[in-house]
Design a protein around this ligand. Sequence first.
Ligand code: MG
Length: 382
Amino acid sequence: MKTLNLLGSTGSIGKQTLDVARAHGYKIEALAAYSDVECIEAQIREFKPRYAALVDEKAAKDLKTRVSDLNVTVLSGLEGVSFCGSQADGEITLNSVVGMAGLKPTLDAVNAGKTIALANKETLVAGGHLVTEAAKKNGVAILPVDSEHSAIFQCLLGKPANKALKRIILTASGGPFFGKTKEELANVTLEDALKHPSWSMGQKITIDSATMFNKGLELIEAVWLFDVDADMIDIVVHRESIVHSLVEYDDNSVIAQLGHPDMRLPIQFAITYPERYPSPEKQLDLWEVGNLSFYKPDYENFPCMDICRNAIKKGGLYPAAVNCANEEANLLFRQGKISFNQIPEFISLASECVSDKKDFTLQDVLDTDVLMREKVRQLASK
Ligand code: MG
């Protein structure tokens, strides 16, 4: 039986991870979240973890009182989350924390020798070389939970580290604004942006899908996970979200992974790898699906993909910078303070000034985070 530490348990991926754990009887050793007391209390009562943590101190205090009848140690702050991921007894730490806040818990879990099931893409985007080097040093596997990277991982299974791999083809749904021009995008609202055509996800990532920044993040994530150059990764828009990504070999053979858009499958595979078990995902009926369509991405009206590609090609702190600038711009858009087209504009302007030094530390990344957020807020207040 697998044992898990689950970070980000009250979010969309966290809840679906618990669906998988419930179906297969996995033991949950630790649960951590941001501030949703009611949700995590119910999860603690059902899964009886040894540790639980909330980032928000007040919420953690409240939780402590609520579960005082149970044998669970309640921790608080980001340190509490890190403790749950690295010191609790789960053999696998699944990290689905949203945003840059996930980087430190991932690093701590890697250094504690935990197998990582990674749903926090910002971890690799902002701290790619820190995390991959620590994983190598500790002999730790990083298994992707993102549907596209799980697909690539599944397509590559059993192949050696890929001298014959020619190209990775990342599929993108295109989001709710597929086919729109910059002029049409100028006045879109939060409500419009939250209407994702095929995936049901949290708000931050749904906005990232609307701007296509999410695909840029996934491109950078793929560079680190599969040790390939950014130019080996192509993006193709695939509206049906049935083909989750593809790989192409030197002989032009292309291998794809298909399935319904349901995160429970990639979550489960990251936990059961290399085994496969029955999944709650609906069986794929190709007759019912009928047609699969593919389009070129619109790089002109959706510049975030190139912003990310250029950032990883420049290297150093650029990927961290564009990620952190995006986190702030994404938030300001959700708060109604900036327009949709200002998101890519502010990311580009804010990230101009960072360094491309290769040997950065975690502190450099954290400093970049503070700097980028400040810059984006300055741009927004003008
Ligand atoms: Mg994805």
